[in-house]
Design a binder for this molecule. Sequence first.
Ligand SMILES: *[C@@H]1O[C@H](CO)[C@@H](O)[C@H](O)[C@H]1NC(C)=O
Ligand SMILES: *[C@@H]1O[C@H](CO)[C@@H](O)[C@H](O)[C@H]1NC(C)=O
Ligand SMILES: *[C@@H]1O[C@H](CO)[C@@H](O)[C@H](O)[C@H]1NC(C)=O
Length: 378
Amino acid sequence: MAKHSIFLQILLFVHCTFFIVFPGPGAGRQDHRAALFVFGDSLFDVGNNNYINTSTTFQANFWPYGQTFFKYPTGRYSDGRLIPDFIAEHAKRPLLLPYKHPGYNQHAGGANFASSGASALAETFQGLAINLHTQLNYFKEVERQLGGDIEAKKALLSRAIFVLSIGAADYASPFWTNKTGFIRRFSGEEYVGMVIGNLTLVIKEIHKAGGRKFGFLGVSPMGCWPMLRAVNPTNTGDDGCHEDVNALVRLHNVALSQLLRSLEGELQGFKYSLFDFYTWGLERINNPSKYGFKEGKEACCGAGPYRGFDSCGEKRGVEYQLCSNPSEYLFFDLAHPSDAAFKQLSELMWSGPPSIVWPYNLKALFELSLEDHGSDEL
Ligand SMILES: *[C@@H]1O[C@H](CO)[C@@H](O)[C@H](O)[C@H]1NC(C)=O
Ligand SMILES: *[C@@H]1O[C@H](CO)[C@@H](O)[C@H](O)[C@H]1NC(C)=O
Ligand SMILES: *[C@@H]1O[C@H](CO)[C@@H](O)[C@H](O)[C@H]1NC(C)=O
């Protein structure tokens, strides 16, 4: 088994390296496909946390993570692919390696900086994850390293798609860890204001560097995710969801939507896509069979109520259960959808209707990027 996984790991690495490092047929000509830059948390982390000093809570580089698609644990929090993998597939781009992968520094096709547990606020999971501001610093480093003149660099970045998933850790962690001292100092509006304020700073910095096209994942109804159901002391929601968390998330999603609308008027050329993860999640939790799932509340892998304890994988040192078919489950572990669920979500992010993703879907953003290229050629 071990030999088998190492072989696959090398195969995948060679496969990705080939596409990323070597331009392939037509070498010398410019790559006209939009670059993809990824910022965010565990929903987008394809293995950056494998290379940082943190705890197993923030890592997924052990069995049974990765069992369905890659057949070895890559560090992704799922049995298979994550949203950035599906976006890359839809956009006919190679999968991105984690930015922190040793020896990997070719970023003309983009980069993935996401880190499990990443937050907008410095206080959240301090020292355990690569927070959003540090991810921005990594991006600036990549920008400096991109070859070519300033105009070429600006053109690459203005065509590029920047996708972000942030906020879940800021809202869920105080309640999950039962360390609510900091968050209780603020009203919900004030706390959300700080998260949105810090996210705004990062968006503006990316825009200043030349970024124009952004794809945002709203925050999910995390209060109904197995991890928060399992620690919910009061069972406040009539459905067992952690209502303190969901109330903050709803405030966040409204504020994010308002922010993006106002940035459209404020930042030159700013175009965005916003996916309503909250509605998507609740709809599937409440009607799993409508979407092809047998189970919408309990995780495939884990222990405790809803398998919501931090226990998936032997490395976490707790006995746990594992389902036989992850694709029947909405959740693979306490806080992360299965490959099958991520696939559905990504299809909607890519080409879904304006009721779930607006004002553009990702496909439309990538198409805008191609049009930009057309005008550059004239
Ligand atoms: C990782 O963190 C632990 C605990 O904070 C510390 O003792 C150890 O020296 C760190 N290791 C590295 C390589 O930084
Ligand atoms: C959380 O903290 C509060 C206040 O310190 C305490 O009363 C409560 O028992 C804690 N809950 C858990 C699940 O540890
Ligand atoms: C960013 O977050 C910090 C807390 O980490 C907060 O003090 C600060 O006001 C926030 N910045 C903005 C612009 O909201």
